[in-house]
Structures are given as structure tokens and as C-alpha cells.
Design a protein around this ligand. Sequence first.
Ligand code: MN
Length: 744
Amino acid sequence: MKELVIDLEAEKKEILKRYRALLKACKSSLQKGDKRMIRKAFDMALESHQDMRRKSGEPYIYHPIAVAQIAAEEIGLGTTSIVCALLHDVVEDTDMTLEDVELEFGKKVAKIIDGLTKISGVFDYTNSSLQAENFRKMLLTLADDVRVILIKLADRLHNMRTMDHMPREKQLKISSETIYLYAPLAHRLGLYAMKSELEDLAMKYTEPATYKYIAKKLNEKKAERELYIKKFIDPIKKILNEQGLKAEVYGRSKSIHSIWNKMRKKNIPFEEVYDLFAIRVILDSTMDNEKADCWKAYSIVTDFYKPNPDRLRDWISMPKFNGYESLHTTVMGPKGQWVEVQIRTERMNEIAEKGFAAHWKYKEGQPTDNTNSGLESWLQKVREMLKNPESNALDFIDDFKMNLFSDEIFIFTPKGALRQLPLGATALDFAFDIHSDLGASCIGAKVNHKLVPLSYKLQNGDQVEIITSSKQAPKEDWLSFVITAKAKSKIKSSLKEEKKKIAEEGKEILERKLKSLKIPFTIENLNKLTTYFRLHASQDFLYQVAKGIIDIGDLKEYLNAEKTPENKVYERTEPTDFIKKLKADEIDTLLIGEDLQKIDYKLSNCCNPIPGDDVFGFVTVGDGIKIHRTNCPNATKLMSNFGYRIVKAKWNSQKQLAFLTGLKIIGIDQVGLINNLTGVISTDFKVNMRSITVDSHDGIFEGTIMVYVNDTMHLDNLINKIKQVKGITDVRRFDTDTPVEKAS
Ligand code: MN
């Protein structure tokens, strides 16, 4: 361990230097008296945190200063938020109370700090209550005052930027939360720059190897790319100028995370991702001329470079939900390469970078002017969703996230009014969006005058008319295709009502039966019966009685049953107890838990980890510890929602054990290919194959081979060897794509 030498004098100087940089960052928004307020907040924070240090050994005060700086510089927040950012950890981590804050800074600041303190449990990883409940709390505070969430995002961004000193499992957990909720929130609030940085930082921890690989590749071609960009923009710059448009034109690299996303989605190697950058044309224009200027610029660009007609996106006529306005086109650049061009004005660019907050001037005393903001209507939706929250917090967050992150489509009503819905919304979602009664009685829809079923997935620009019937009622299977949170919660609450009614009938049936047997109807008897049938709630029992699922012919026998059948409800076990109970296994290749013990585990079959993979353990309820790869498709959800069930796991691979993994092989079909292939695998390389599936069409060979390997190095060698087989063009490991594993 490195010894820490602390020079207090130097630190004092550094703190003041950072404070001055903060003041400079908020200079533009400072009004009379603001500076004094900020100073007061800084002094209070400095004093309260004075003996605290961060994991890195630095003085704690660096953190609130940095959070305040992000709030000012990168989100464009005003003085109240700067004050709150400086004080954001004071109530939670020090002796200072909310009353102290209110006394010094007033009600408004105290309320925001209260919100920030309430949701701080999200960061507290040892808290073993369901993470989703914390997320829900966070969203509740979001509905109160958006500044709470904006400061929380600044807090999260700074924590992500300075996570190197955290233990590995905390890095994984925090990164997963970031991907699961914070990045989507930043996206939803229009903070694109922050969203990209959060995603890249999270990827750096969850996928270190891939992250480094892409970063390296990007760097290698940097000079070449810059030359290309210059060649691309020089001529259009010139014409824009000649045509009297003041514009800044530059190329901008896509984020590592978005490049990786593309590689995964299209299943292509880095070399085949063509849009590693986008060109931005930022116009200096007045409010009145913005739209005309943007289209003029568009016409200049597409006169010079041929556009792909399918790739025009007009978010100027219809801005995105989060306020994003821009004109996107993809054109054929030099050397036959497709290039994305984004055209917008400086004002639009400010919104694109800093989000709506940039235009929300939270000036002291005056209410916000956001009459026309799409964000306000989104917040309205959030409040609506929170009004009837799901009893199951996890479901709620899942639904919410789905609505939070997906892109939106525009749908017209029969009268031509415009509604925005998330991508993937069905005709039934649209009905519920208009009104819950319309949704509940919906039997079908006409889309562009053609009759379609309820489950029809709407397309951008569809005009939808809903057909209803007074006899219709919400059905269980509707839940399988609606995607909006509003539709889901309305259907669920209606089904619950229905169930309650049927259970009432069941109660009457039971009462009659008991009466005929001269047994009193008591809660005790009801509970006995419910337990006998291994049900959780007496309502479930009564429902099943009414539905005839349960036959109550032998009531006496059930009630007198000495022993109720084995209880199916599992006790929740704390992970640590759980680990202790497990017996050490002699054949260890994995070390699990804080002190990396040798205990029993199972390899999950959604990602088939092999030695050398970056892995973690997940404590399941009935199935011991399961090992997943950190890049497993299910990992993010497991880690962010059940963080307390994550245990550290590390390979300790000395034994020659074999692990199953899959390879996807693509090539040009030719005589003897399979023979050569299996020859390399089993004869030359002596690897056992479990299965091989081959598909050949139009001369293209596509094979999937399941093989047993020892570790990632062994696998890499095998892949390289197969690549040398004549006719093979591509070999890669694939992740078996099984549906999300239940957390229990
Ligand atoms: Mn903090």
C-alpha cells in the first residue's frame, strides 16, 4: 500500500483554488447576493466535512465542489442548485441537520437537500432493502423538483469519474446502476453529453477489455480520420460561407459505448462500424430564421454529397420528448463512405448538450417559464405514473425504465391531434394513453382506416381510431403486449378489482359449505385452509374456490390435517449466512466472497462463464450461488436491483477443467470445410465438441459449435487456429441468448 503523506497547507491552497474555479464556472448566472450565498454554503460544507476524506485519501470537500461545478458548467444550473450541490452530503454524512440548513438557507434549499438525502440510499450498497424501492423513492423526489435529480446526476457523474479507489464489486454495482437508471435519466432529461460519459465510464468498469480495445482502435486511426473529416468539411464550409450562413462545422467522435452497441447489435467487428464520427453544422442564427437556415444548410450539404433518402431525421419540426432539436441526414462522403451530418443552431446545440435545464432558468423567487416544454409534459406523465404505483417496486421500475429510455413515435388521433408514445407501443397503449376508460373498453382499432388487433405495434405517423364495446373488460393477456406504464398499471388494477369481486363470491360459497358442515367461518379456519393449499393470501384461496380450481369437497379433512404440507415460502437469507452454510467444495476453480472462500457455486447458463472471464457471484434463493459474466445480458439488472446479493468471485484457475462455450463460425462454403474444421478442433487442438450445427445457403457457411475449453486463453488460441482454416472468414464466441433469468 502506498503511504499517504498529507500536506495540510498545500491542501488548503488547493481547496481554495478549486472553490475559485467553481465561482468562475457560475459567473454568468450570478446576481446580487449570489456570491455571498455560495460562499456561505461552501464554508458550511468545508466545516462539516473537515475531517472526512474520500477513498482516494483526498479531502472530502473536493467532491461537493466538483458536483457543484458539474451542476453549473455541464448542466447550466443556477445559484440555488450550486448551494444545494455544495451541501448535498452535509445532512447525510455529518452532524448538520436539515433544520440547520433551513435556518441558514431557507425552505427551498432545505427541501432539495431533503430530497437528495432521501435518495442517497441508492448509493449505500450495504443497505439490503430492495434496490428498486430506492429507485422509486428517487423518482418520487424527481416529480417534486427536477433539480433534485439533476444534482443527483452531477453527484453520480463525479462518483463515476473518481471510482478507481473503490473495491471491484462496488465498481460493478455502481456502474450497473448507472447503466440501468442514471444514463437513461440523463437521456430523458436531454443531457446527451452526460449520458454518453456515464455510459462510457460504466463500460470502463463492466467491460474493461472491450473498452480498452475500442479506445485503442479509435486512437490508431485518429490521424487518418481527422484528415478525412477535414476533406469532408472544407468544401461545405466554403459554400455555407458564400451563401451567407455563419456556421461552425466540425467532426465529432462517437462514444466508445455507442460504437460497442453498434458492434453488438449488428454483430460486426470494429472495422465494419463506418460511422465512428458525425459531422456537426452549428449555425449562428436568430430565433426567427432558425428553421429556414437549417433547411438551407441541409440543402447545401446534400447538393454537395448525395443523401441517403431513408436517413433523414427532422427533429426541428417535431422536437424529441427531451427537447432535442436537430436535423440529421446521412450522406455519401469521399471514398464511398456514409457520413452522418447533424444540422442545428447554437440555441438547439445548447439544449442538446445541457438538456432542458439549460433553458430552465431557476432564478431565485420567480417560477420557471416552461409553458411549451416537452419536458414539462413528460414530468406530468411521471407524476401520473407515480400516482398509482405498482405494489411491486421492481415491476414498476422495469415499466418505468422502458418508458424512460425508448425513443418515441408520433401518432395522430382521428381528428389530427398529435400524441407521443414510446417506440413499440401498441394500439391498446394508445387507447390507454388517451383515456383509461377508452383502454378498458377497447376491442380493436383502425390504423390508417384499416382494422387491426389490439396488439398491433404502431408506426411513426399512424392515424389511429379506437373501437370500443361496453361489454369489454381488461384481460390478463393484455399485459403481455402493452408496453406503457400507464396501460400496465390500469390493466393490473382492474384485474385486481375483478379478482377481489370473484374472491367475494368464493367467500360466499365457502360460508355456505362451512355452514352445512356446522363449522364456524373464522379467520383462523380461513388461514388454515389457505396454508393447506400452500397459498400466500386468503384472497387467492377464495378466488380459486370461486373459479372451481380448488375443490372444497373434503373441507373437514383439510381443517383437521395435522401437518400442513411443506411450506413453499422460502426464508430470505442474508448472503453472508448463506455463504457460511455452504460447504467448501474440493474442486475449486473459483474463489467467492469478501475473503474469497472456496465454496459451492453453479455456472449460470445464460452467459456460460469460463475461467479468465470477468465474473461475479449472485446469491439465488433456491439454487445457491450462480456465477455470471460481468457482461452477461442479465448482469446489469441483477447487479443494480439486487446489489446486496452480489458476491465477489475470482478465478483461481490451475486445474484443467473444461467449460462449455459456443463459437459462431462464418465462411464461404467449400468441399471439405466441415472436415477441416472439425479436424482442427478435435485432432489438432484436442478440444471436445459437444455439438455442431451448420447452416449453408447461397454459398455461405454458418456454423455454431459448442466446445469445451479450459479458459479464455485456450479459447483465444482455438479461435485463432480456426480462423486459419481455408474458407473461414469470421470466428467469434457468442453469448447464448436466453431470456432474463428470474432473480430468485
Ligand atoms: Mn455525493
